[in-house]
Design a binder for this molecule. Structure first.
Ligand code: SAJ
Length: 403
């Protein structure tokens, strides 16, 4: 039996996936409300295919509880918050979970950590806890998650995986467990390497997004079309430039690369600059809004609206979202927050938030597309007659402004 600890964005789909592939799974979370929701037959966030997967797993007998279980395999997928000032990851939840596991785990049990941690965390912060508790019998493993919100179910089934373990036998045992549902290749390596690969993967993407964002700034400076330039460059067989955007959000790409900057400040130069470039994009958009307002003679900021509050399209996750970053930057200048709207966010999360697309469009003269939700792509006609700053290059209307 596998006890999955932490039933959030990663733990829940992983637990459901294993259960629906014949593994006996009990999911544990300390949040009683979340456990009650799952036990009432409801999922806790929106994600393509999650509902069906949930039903399959329930049919297969998955259980949800607040209690840690006595079993031979644990998968820890709790959040790893990071400190915005020091840019360091705080493994406090991982350590708390491991301490709870140690209370109930039988001799020799395997503890797989899926949570994203900065390289070296297992040796620096987790292993000493085992030693202090006299539980060196437990086998630590790191199996970093790789799934992308918006396509999690597909990617769980098809992505290649990395398993970091202290010895081959443990690695192979965990590989077999993941192979119950994962059709991709599963590589077994050591823990330190596995920790590093996870952070490097997200850093690679962050640096590449920063390159696209820097190109957007260069092209804006001399009024060139960055999208056309990227499109043509990408026809070269060895060039594959990503898309510029209003910033980088989410809890991974906007966070993990800072671990390398924090640990290797004098070496991680390109990474440091890339992160600053990405972090500067919401302010770049704000400045662009100001330029466009001047150009069209709009003085009333209450007629400017931001479309999209989530960190990317078609998800309900707002962590580190560029729109929230932009609004925070406005707030620091004591400015009245711009209007905003997001079809995925029904709760009131920011001031001047509107909850209906038509009302949002009617109440604005300048609309800034921050997120490329399908909803706006399907309603482009409604934007006719409006001034649009399209930060995602999805609106095909005459006169649209770009970043
Ligand atoms: N973005 C751009 N331009 C692009 C692509 C993305 O501006 O061309 C922006 C997005 O709008 C978003 C941010 O970057 O704000 C990050 O989005 P994403 O779709 O690139 O990635 P995440 O954060 O949703 O998921 C990433 C994935 N990592 C990689 O692709 C290397 C995923 O596989 C990881 O599992 C996840 O981080 C994680 O949890 O670590």
């Amino acid at each position: 039996m596998v006890n999955v600890i932490g039933l959030g964005y990663i733990g829940l789909p992983t637990a459901l996936m294993m259960a629906s592939h014949g593994v006996e799974v009990i999911g544990t979370d300390y949040n009683m409300e979340l456990v009650a929701t799952l036990n009432a037959g409801k999922t806790t966030f929106k994600e393509d295919g999650l509902g069906e997967l949930f039903n399959d797993a329930v049919k297969a007998g998955i259980k949800f509880t607040t209690e840690y279980q006595e079993t031979d395999t644990y998968i820890v997928s709790v959040p790893t918050p990071y400190d915005k000032f020091s840019k360091k990851v705080d493994a406090v939840y991982v350590i708390a979970a491991v301490k709870e596991v140690m209370k109930v785990a039988p001799h020799g049990a395997t503890v797989v950590i899926e949570s994203t941690i900065s390289p070296g965390t297992i040796d620096k912060s987790v292993r000493p806890e085992l030693e202090a508790a006299g539980r060196n019998d437990l086998q630590l493993v790191h199996a970093p998650e790789r799934i992308i919100p918006g396509n999690m179910v597909y990617e769980l089934l098809h992505n290649n995986r990395t398993i970091g373990a202290d010895d081959k036998a443990t690695g192979e045992k965990v590989k077999e467990l993941y192979a119950s549902f994962c059709g991709g290749e599963i590589v077994v390596t050591d823990i330190r390497t596995a920790e590093m690969t996870k952070v490097v993967e997200n850093t690679f993407r962050a640096v590449n997004i920063a390159f696209a964002n820097e190109l957007a700034k260069i092209c804006r400076h001399d009024n060139m079309d960055v999208y056309e330039i990227i499109r043509i460059c990408n026809m070269h067989p060895r060039v594959n430039i990503l898309q510029p955007g209003p910033g980088v959000g989410g809890h991974c790409i906007s966070v993990d690369p800072w671990f390398l900057v924090g640990d290797y400040p004098s070496l991680a130069k390109v990474i440091d600059e890339s992160m600053k470039t990405n972090d500067g994009m919401p302010d770049f958009v704000l400045n662009r809004i100001y330029q466009i307002m001047k150009e069209i003679g709009l003085t009333d900021t209450s007629r400017v609206g931001l479309y999209g509050l989530t960190y990317k399209e078609n998800v309900d996750d707002m962590r580190e979202s560029p729109t929230l970053q932009l609004l925070a930057s406005q707030r620091h200048h004591l400015a009245t927050p711009l209007k905003s709207y997001d079809p995925f966010i029904t709760k009131e999360v920011v001031p001047n938030q509107i909850h209906d697309l038509d009302e949002f469009i009617d109440s604005c003269d300048l609309i800034v597309i921050m997120v490329k939700h399908d909803e706006i792509k399907e309603n482009v006609d409604k934007l006719k007659g409006k001034v649009v700053l399209d930060c995602q290059n999805i609106i095909d209307l005459p006169g649209v402004y770009h970043i």
